[in-house]
Design a protein around this ligand. Structure first.
Ligand SMILES: [Zn+2]
Length: 307
């Protein structure tokens, strides 16, 4: 006996498809003549209704062809998504025009199925962060935040808290209401806490004892500070300067909505410490680091443990 599945004919200006439908009316398969696999997958996802609408910030934009871009967007609900924006560079693009780094807005997209890129359907910019772009230090800090966010988050790993944190930091730079370095230090510290790469900094990570007044180190491998007694047994470590510890204590206090001040020196020490930690964990330092900290040599962590 042959089983016939109901088929539905789908009409679109550019293609015709036959969808094989299972009860209760889920599309089982899609036959589209003459289309490459990626487009067929995109249409299939479209037919299936997978067109998330989400808030997004552009972390990376690369020209793909004369008219198209590849975008790495941080979405609020789905984390980082990699999308092909077809024809986005055309003046009258359906997707809303060329999309710049740091652009923030609402996105509609078709997620990738498997390894490839998803497809951008629409991007409505809400803020291009024009105000911060007028000040080079703020622009460099914003680009550093976008780059390190992309380094910290794997594709498709949702962190709504990191999205909110980055959005708030960019708007804070726009308004110019806080010193650039303080905004950057707070963002870096909070983001690394959110993704679980940084623990508390007020005790020795090895023995749990107090840190003492001098001889304190930080170990990326251990994921925190080391007291004088514990540091000698560890090879991967950097001296943890007082301003960095004081800065992190101030950031933690701000997070608890207590009164605290973060001066320029402390903010810079926190940025340097977290850059070291990031470099150790991810195997390379952020490219924007030398623009954010031009007078400082990039940190060079010791060898990473074999995976
Ligand atoms: Zn210790």
């Amino acid at each position: 006996m042959r089983l016939y599945r109901p088929a539905v004919r789908l009409q679109h200006p550019n293609w015709t498809a036959i969808a094989i439908v299972n009860r209760p009316w889920t599309v089982h398969n899609l036959l589209v003549a003459g289309l490459p696999g990626a487009e067929r997958a995109a249409i299939f996802a479209g037919v299936m209704g997978e067109r998330p609408r989400d808030r997004a910030i552009c972390l990376r934009a690369v020209d793909f062809s004369e008219t198209s871009q590849v975008l790495h967007l941080l979405t609020r609900e789905a984390g980082v998504v990699h999308l092909l924006a077809k024809g986005s560079k055309r003046p009258k693009s359906k997707t809303g025009g060329r999309i710049d780094l740091l652009a923030e807005g609402e996105v509609v997209y078709i997620p990738s199925r498997g390894e490839g890129l998803g497809t951008l359907v629409e991007f409505s910019e809400r803020s291009g962060h024009a105000a911060l772009r007028r000040r080079l230090a703020d622009l460099n800090a914003a680009l550093y935040m976008a780059e390190t966010t992309a380094m910290l988050l794997a594709e498709g790993d949702p962190h709504a808290n990191v999205f909110d944190l980055l959005s708030a930091a960019l708007h804070r730079l726009d308004r110019g209401e806080a010193p650039t370095r303080a905004v950057l230090a707070y963002f870096q510290w909070r983001a690394m806490r959110y993704v679980g790469l940084l623990g508390t900094m007020d005790r020795c990570v090895a023995c749990g004892g107090p840190l003492g007044a001098a001889g304190v180190y930080f170990s990326s491998r251990e994921g925190g500070p080391l007291c004088r007694n514990c540091e000698s047994a560890r090879t991967e470590k950097i001296p943890l300067p007082r301003p960095a510890l004081a800065g992190i204590a101030a950031l933690a206090a701000m997070d608890r909505r207590e009164q605290a001040a973060l001066d320029e020196t402390a903010a810079a020490a926190v940025i340097d410490l977290l850059a070291y930690h990031l470099t150790y964990l991810l195997g390379r330092s952020p490219r924007m680091l030398r623009y954010v900290r031009p007078d400082t040599r990039p940190p060079t962590p010791g060898p990473r443990p074999p995976r």
